[in-house]
Each structure stands twice: as C-alpha cells, then as structure tokens.
Design a protein around this ligand. Structure first.
Ligand code: HT7
Ligand code: ZN
Length: 845
C-alpha cells in the first residue's frame, strides 16, 4: 500500500454543485442511485475525471443522460467526460448485511446505518471522497422500516420512503443514513436567533428509558455554544441515533449524529458516574463539531487536528464550566501523561499534524485529539482570552462553508491579535514530548529560573528545533502566600533565564501551573518542598501535582531499590489532604490515586532504566497496602462521610463523594477482607456503587459470588455486560489476567464481532500492564491470536488495538522478542488489511 504525503496535496480537479441520492434499501442488495452535478475547478489544471469507489457493483453510469462505460478499478473509476460542467449518474449495488467492517452502509442489529469518516462514502457510491469537495445533498430513502433518516431537514415522506435535504454544503464524510425500527425520545430547543429545533434521540424501544440524560446533555451543549462562542444550530431538526456496533464513540454527521450506544444511553442503574460524564462530553463534542468540523471542515486528512483538537478543547472547556475546572484539568493532564506521552515516546510517535500516512484511520490518535487540544489551549494562553475570542470569530467568519488548514487556523489568530505564531506552528509539525529542565538560584533579592528545553528524536524526525512553550509559574513565600501570582513565561529558546527581583527571601516556585503546556518538567525537588506545595500551592493543578510527584518519586525510588517502606512525609501529606474537608472530594480522590503503571514505565524508560512490569505492579501494591495500614484510623470515617443519602444524581457534588468513597473502599478492602465492599455491593442502588464494590471485592480475591450475582442480574443488558467482562480482567492479579481473559473469550456473552465487546475483553487485557506484559509472552500471544481473527472482519478496530504493542522498545530483551514474535505472526496473517499492516510495520520498523 502506498504512502500519502501532505506535501503532495493538489486541489480537486472537479467540484460538485449538488448531489441527489436515491437509496433503495435491502440487506443484501441495496441500490444506490446518484445524480451529481460536476464542474471543472477553475483553480486546477485540467485533470482526468476520477471517482473513488470500493466494494461497489456498478450497474450503469451515464453522463448528461448518455450511458458511459468507465474504467473501473478496485479503488474507483475514471471516465472520459466533457471539459465543462456535466451531470453524472450511476447506479451501484452494495450489501450492508455483509459489511462487518462498519465503514460505509452496514447493519447493526437490524438497523441500517452509515459511518463515512474518514473514507467510507466511497463504499456507498462513486464520488470524489475527499473533505475539500463540499456539496449540497438531497437524499431519498426507500425501505420498509418505520424510520428513515438522513442529514439536514426532512422534505417529505410517505409509506416506505422519505426525502431529506441538507442545505449546508458538506464533504461526503459527513453523509449519514439510518433506517430501522426505532423510537424517539423527543424534545426541542430554541436557538438564540429564534429557530425552534426539534431534537430526537432515536433508540430501540427497550432503551427508551435511557435517553433523558443524553437529551439534557445535548441541550446543555447547545446553550453553552451559544453563550460562550455565539454559535447557534442551523437546521430545523437535530437527530441522534444509538447503534450497538460502532468502531468509535460517535460521529458528527450533519444533523444526524450516530452514536455508539455506550456513548449515549444512560441510567443510574446501568451507568456509572464516569459513564454519565463521558456521555455528556461526547454528546457535546459531536454537537460542537457542527461548527468546528462541519461548517468549517478540513482541507485534507492531514489537517484532522484542525477539527478534532479544537473540538476536544471545546468539550473540555464545556465540562470544566459545568463541573469544575480543577478536577477536569487534572483528568486531562492524566490522559496526556498516561497515554499521549507514551505514544510520543514510542514507535508510533507522530506530529499532531502528521505529514504522511498509509491509512488515515490509523491517525485518530491521542496525539491528534488530546495533544491537538493542548495546542489549542496553549494558543489561548498565548493570545489571552480576548485574543482567543477575536481569533475564533475571525476563523469562523473567514472559513465558514470552506475546508481549511492549520495554516489558516493560525493565520486567523495572528491577524486577529498581531502575535507572531511562526514558531508556534512547530508544535503541529514536531512529534515527541519536550522536556524542560528547570534550575534556579537566588541572591540579593533576585530570583532566577533557568529553563532548558529538549525533545528526543522520534521516527523520521531526528532534529528538534526549540518550541514556543507557555510556562505558567507562581512564586510562594514560606507561609504559602503568593509573592508572584500566576505569570506566563514564554520559553522560545533552547535555554532561557527569567528574572524576578525585589524578593525578600528565596521563594518556592510553582512551575507549569494548570499544566500550561504538554511537557515533562525535570527539576530536582526534595520531598519537603513537594509536601509544602501539596499543603499550600494556590494553583489546584500544581497542588495535586505536588502530591503526585511525591508519590512518583517514592514509587520510582522503591522500584529502583526493589521495594521498601513508603516515605513518612508522603503518608503525612496524604493524611492531611484526605482529612481536609474544605477540599473537593473528587480532588482528594485524585490525590489518593497513585501514578499509573504507564506513567512510571515511561519515567523509568526515559531515565534509561528497563522497566519491569511485575516489579512496578508489586511496588504500587505495596504502597497501597502501606497507605491502607497507615491511614487505618481515618479510612472508615472518611468512607462513611462520603455516603450519599439523597436520591441518585450524576452531578459533580454527589459524583465527587462517590469517587472518594470508592477510592477509600479499595483501601479498606485491603484491611477488612472486603467486608465493607460486600456491604456496599449488597446495598447498592446504582451502578457506580455496585461496580466499585465488585471491583474492590475482585481486587482482594473475594469477588466470585458478587460477580455471579452481577452476571445473573444484568445478563440481558449488553452495555452492563461489557462492564462485567472488563472488570474481571482489570482487577485480576497479573499472573491470572491472561487465563481469565482467555476463559472470558469462551463465555457466551463474548460476541467478538461487536467492537465494544472485543474491547471490553481484549482491550482490558492490553490495558492491564502487568497482566499483558507477562514475561512468558502469553499476553502478547493471546492478543495476537484474536487480532488475527478480527482483522478480516473489522480492520479498523484491529489496527487500533495493535497499538497495545507500542511499548516494544521499552522492555527487556525477552519481552521484546515475544512482542516481535506476536507482531510478526500478525504480519504474516493471510490478506492482512492495509490498516493493520501499516500499524505493524510502524511498530516493527
Ligand atoms: N469524527 C469522528 C471520528 C470517527 C471515526 C473515524 C474513523 C472511523 C470511525 C469513526 N467514527 C467516528 C468522531 C469524533 O471524533 O468526533
Ligand atoms: Zn471529534
């Protein structure tokens, strides 16, 4: 398969003035009739007429009403055409019931649905399937299902047919069609410009009781985008559909969002607080794409972060505004540190705007999404709040209705604010996590911070020029008062010194406040200073980070020395934080959470130590045990104080208390043999309490009866059964994780063609560091077996999960050999997909 390069971009040779589709639905022989008005692009030299098309059976084609015989290949067709505007007509046949890849038009539990991003429309009909070709679509659906939906506004309908018209020009990746036996939970929303929008959440009848929260989230998102950005919805109807089989979380098709059922359906009995939060964020994210993605789309797929980074940033702002910024910022930083830094440090590292790909589906990554959002956040810090809004307004005004690039994006901010963003552009082009080495000195009332930046080489990028890094800092005196409030330092050189004068004593610096840049800070800080910041920092992010750094330094020391007792200073700091009732319980729960195995693995690897997953796991467990013993006098009361007696609500206040209570429950279980967890499990009236109790019981080997009871109660609920499968693996002792996973793949509930199910089982194993990285290679072998099986059925999900092997270069020789053996086996699988081939090749290069 060939590599596509950003540098080779050329404008489309032909533009589309309008698309009429007629889709005659039948599971094995759907007919798609297209009538498309083409005209030559005045900005392009004359080029042959080519259309994308895959897995299509061409029945007939015509130009201006005259039959033509195109040259058809496995990836499309070419045809002789007039040099001026013409109307193309084609009829093709496709088989949605046979489409297990879940791209194009497919069937999920009897419901017809589509997934066209990135390049799925070409599996529906012949078309210039590239995001810079935008067109107005009119769609007629014929089928014998009660509900027939497409993008835009409904035009007309009758028995067995419906017509839709989307007045907003869009690229083909935003096309959608849904047909099936669905019912709607309906509501309405009046926009700031007075438009009354009908809102529908379409589900199977049995799921109607799980729609209320999602509908509320949609309305909150619509109001937020109006209030914060002045952006209002632009059609008469907004439809959301829940489907069971979906490769990702959801899709922002214009006016017809399609959701993985797990990302929209919610009820207190079946969903955890974390599910509610995730669902609200995804609904908001897809809704926000209506402007950042749909009205303004990407010129080409290299610009994916233009819509995804910006829209993630917007959904993060939304969640922060609704539920509190401090906890949200910590959670977002954890995603960066636990997942994105790992991607950036391994063989799959790529820039936020990649410059080459084989299969674009492989670039829907934590780097493009979450690091992309961090770049947007840094930009906002650099231009300030007013500059941010001015830049956004200019970006929207300039590019509404068009396909844009990252250059366009930065130009809007440069022009709106006068800031030179030339160096900032490097963030989009340069892979890898920058490391800041910070030292300081103080003399004669003058305090100096010296900051040096370096970024290690990544695949294809040996040299890394310096980046423009916003580093927010504050300086505290020895009482914890701020002598210099939060100040933004702009680091642009490889080495820089920042001077603060007029200080009467050496201050305590608080560096990288609010995680102002996605970087690693290297600074030698003793435990006393960290404990001081944990007690006093006025920046909540850095206060939490001080506690995490205390835990991390200790864990790394214990790993390096092979074990030992935790620091009394850390335990004292933890005790003080946990018992400080002025602090948000969710914040306290985060302070109690130890650094993840991944985080410690990366830290060791960056320092040249070969990480041992078993040892890392053991040290973390030892620390947990020591915390449970040391805090044994406060844990029962702390747990009791978090119990909520009011009726369940997934709000920040209740959820924060449950989060802290459940974190404490995990510790209590270590000392009471699971008694408190069993009591909570027996009394639980919501999924948050029930699942947490089950997890705590499983973690101490007392979960068999509860797991059985949970199964018996929920075996008919497919979303809850995903949790049941996953928690048994997540909580398994490392030496049993592979065997438990293997056993669950034989359980009748394991319908492996469903991506949610597959991820719940094999994805959970891959995310269990000490379970997956067994020294005998059994974790790698089991995952490889299943990926080989899944690839011919669903290449996209297979390829995404191959990234579990991206620790390849990090571990000891034995594990490396075992990983390479597993990857080589995958590579040799007959007819391996382009998606998976690219991932394996990148891992093995
Ligand atoms: N923009 C959507 C991405 C997506 C997707 C991409 C490739 C294959 C399947 C997919 N399903 C959804 C979702 C989003 O980021 O908003
Ligand atoms: Zn998105």
């Amino acid at each position: 398969a060939s590599t596509i390069h950003l540098a080779d971009y050329t404008v489309p040779g032909w533009l589309v003035d309008g698309v009429h589709l007629t889709v005659r639905l039948a599971p094995h022989a759907t007919r798609v009739l297209s009538r498309i008005a083409f005209r030559p692009n005045p900005d392009s030299p004359p080029v042959p007429f080519t259309l994308h098309g895959e897995d299509l059976r061409l029945i007939h084609a015509a130009i201006d009403g005259q039959p033509v015989t195109p040259v058809v290949t496995p990836t499309g067709l070419t045809c002789d055409t007039p040099r001026s505007a013409f109307v193309w007509e084609a009829e093709v046949e496709i088989a949605p019931a046979a489409n297990t890849a879940l791209e194009g038009l497919y069937m999920s539990n009897g419901i017809y649905c589509t997934q066209c991003e990135a390049e799925g429309f070409r599996k529906i009909t012949y078309y210039p399937d590239r995001p810079d070709v935008m067109a107005v679509f009119t769609v007629r659906i014929e089928g014998d299902t009660p509900v027939l939906l497409s993008n835009g506004d409904p035009v007309a309908q009758g028995p067995g047919w419906a017509e839709w018209h989307d007045p907003w020009p869009k690229p083909a990746y935003l096309f959608a069609l849904v047909a099936g036996d669905l019912v709607a939970h309906s509501d309405s929303f009046t926009t700031l410009d007075g438009r009354c929008v009908a809102l529908n959440l379409w589900v199977r009848a049995a799921d109607l009781d799980k729609c209320e929260f999602g509908m509320g989230a949609l309305k909150r998102a619509m109001a937020w985008d109006e209030r914060v950005y002045g952006l209002a919805y632009d059609l008469s109807v907004f439809n959301i559909v829940a489907v069971d089989d979906f490769n990702m979380g959801a899709m922002e098709n214009k006016g017809l969002n399609i959701f993985n059922a797990s990302a929209v359906l919610a009820s207190p009995e079946t969903s955890t607080d974390a599910d509610f939060r995730r669902i609200e964020a995804i609904i908001a994210h897809e809704y926000f794409h209506n402007w950042t993605g749909n009205r303004i789309t990407c010129r080409d797929w290299f610009q994916l972060c233009l819509k995804e980074g910006l829209t993630v940033f917007r959904d993060q702002q939304f969640t922060g505004d609704l539920h509190g910024h401090a906890v949200k910022r910590i959670e977002d930083a954890l995603v960066m540190r636990n997942r994105q830094f790992q991607e950036d440090a391994g063989p799959l590292a790529h820039p936020v705007r990649p410059d080459r790909f084989v299969e674009i589906n492989n670039f829907y990554t934590v780097t493009v999404y979450e690091k992309g959002a961090e770049l947007v956040g840094m930009l906002k810090r650099l231009v300030g709040d007013d500059g941010w809004r001015a830049g956004m307004d200019l970006y929207v005004a300039r590019h509404d209705g068009h396909a844009a690039t990252i250059e366009d994006w930065l130009a809007a901010f440069q022009d709106a604010t006068g800031r030179d963003l030339t160096q900032f552009m490097r963030w989009y082009e340069q892979a890898g996590t920058p490391r800041l080495t910070v030292t300081d000195d103080y003399a004669d009332g003058i305090y100096r911070l010296h900051i040096a930046q370096t970024t290690r080489a990544t695949p294809d990028q040996p040299d890394k020029p310096p980046l423009h890094i916003p580093v927010a800092i504050g300086l505290l005196d020895d009482t914890g008062a701020e002598v210099v409030p939060t100040t933004l330092l702009e680091v642009t050189e490889a080495q820089q010194t920042f001077t603060f004068d007029g200080l009467s004593a050496r201050p305590v610096p608080s560096i990288l406040r609010d995680f102002s840049a996605p970087v690693i800070v290297n600074r030698t800080v003793d435990a006393a200073e960290r404990a001081f910041l944990l007690a006093h920092d006025t920046d909540p992010f850095n206060r939490w980070d001080a506690g995490r750094n205390l835990a991390r330094d200790m864990a790394l020391r214990l790993i390096r020395t092979g074990g030992g007792a935790p620091d009394p200073g850390y335990l004292a700091g933890l005790r003080a934080t946990l018992t400080d009732d002025t602090l948000d319980p969710a914040f306290r729960a985060l302070v109690l959470t130890l650094p993840a195995d991944n985080d410690l693995t990366i830290a060791l690897a960056l320092d040249g130590t070969v990480p041992d997953p078993d040892l890392i796991h053991r040290v973390r467990e030892d620390i947990r045990g020591a915390i449970a013993c040391d805090l044994t006098d406060i844990l029962p009361d702390l747990y009791a104080a978090q119990q909520v007696t009011a009726p369940y609500a997934p709000d920040a206040s209740q959820a924060g208390r449950r989060r802290l209570g459940n974190a404490v429950l995990m510790l209590l279980s270590l000392t009471d043999d699971g008694a408190a967890a069993q009591a909570q499990f027996d009394a639980a009236t919501n999924m948050t309490q029930s699942l947490a109790a089950l997890g705590a019981l499983l973690s101490v080997g007392r979960g068999a009866a509860a797991a059985q009871a949970f199964h018996d109660r929920w075996q008919h609920d497919r979303l809850v059964m995903n949790k049941w499968l996953a928690i048994q693996i997540a909580m398994a002792p490392p030496e049993q994780a592979v065997a438990i996973t293997d056993a669950l793949t034989r359980h009748p509930a394991f319908d492996w063609g469903n991506p949610n199910r597959f991820r719940s089982v094999l994805g959970t194993l891959a995310a269990h560091p000490a379970g997956f990285h067994r020294a005998d290679g059994s974790g790698y072998a089991l995952l490889a077996d299943w990926l080989i099986r899944l690839d011919p059925v669903n290449p996209q999900t297979t390829a995404r999960m191959v990234s579990a092997f991206d620790g390849l270069g990090r571990f000891d020789a034995g594990r490396q050999v075992a990983m390479r053996t597993a990857l080589a086996r995958i590579r040799q699988a007959p007819a391996l997909s382009r998606d998976t081939t690219e991932m394996v090749n990148r891992l093995l290069r």
